[in-house]
Design a binder for this molecule. Sequence first.
Ligand code: ZN
Length: 279
Amino acid sequence: MKLLRHGPVGQEEPGALDAQGQARDLSLLVPDFTPEWLAPERLAALAAIDLARMPRVPEGTRLGAPVAGVRQFVAVGLNYRKHAQESGLEIPKEPVVFTKALTSLAGPDDDIELPAGSEATDWEIELGLVIGTEARKVAAADALGHVAGYCLANDVSERDWQIKRGGQWGKGKSFDGFGPIGPWLVTADELPDPQSIPLELKVNGEVRQKSSTADMIFPVAEIVSYLSRFMTLLPGDVVITGTPEGVGLGIKPAPQFLKRGDVMTLSAGPLGTQTQRLV
Ligand code: ZN
């Protein structure tokens, strides 16, 4: 299934995409896609719904983040070789882990506000995953069984504040709106192999990032297993898995960053597309 949430900010209602790609409202059957609704038996119950009988979501309705009640937003950095190289950093021997503020989560097409004084706001297309069942010290072979589904993500990053202001990367990655996810969550049963998803990001129509999750250094199963050795991953937790090369920081001869009015368009095959305007 492709699960989504539709409606104004803070008033989103659950829904799903039908076989024709039409969004259908599920609010009569489901309160919201909170963590308990991501358990395998709940997802199986959702899959049994005849979507064609559910009300259509009107064209043009805003979509929010596809899951609600998220408790942890964890990110992996430098998970593609060429991105580590363009960043002038060593290829990591173990996954680089950081967190983004929960308040950075946003809908896939929401405007992104440039923070006051920002001169280095950058883009990062990424594969995101949402945990379905609690994961603690899980083996890589079992890790994908803890994933409810996958979504497209943009790990928007203020490079000066990420890199030059000391401490952890979270300073540059946690502004409101810096974590758009969606448009929908593709449940894991529809995407048994998360390592073959195309990723493409354009800025003002110009292709900046073009890669595939096949190029990850640490694949999704290893990421989930690795994280679960250091923290308990809870249902509903969002994990983003690193960005490929082509970010603004890596542009030669000089980095190029986002300005007011710029438009980012992201696409990732079955995970859908995002469009964000900088305001
Ligand atoms: Zn990232």
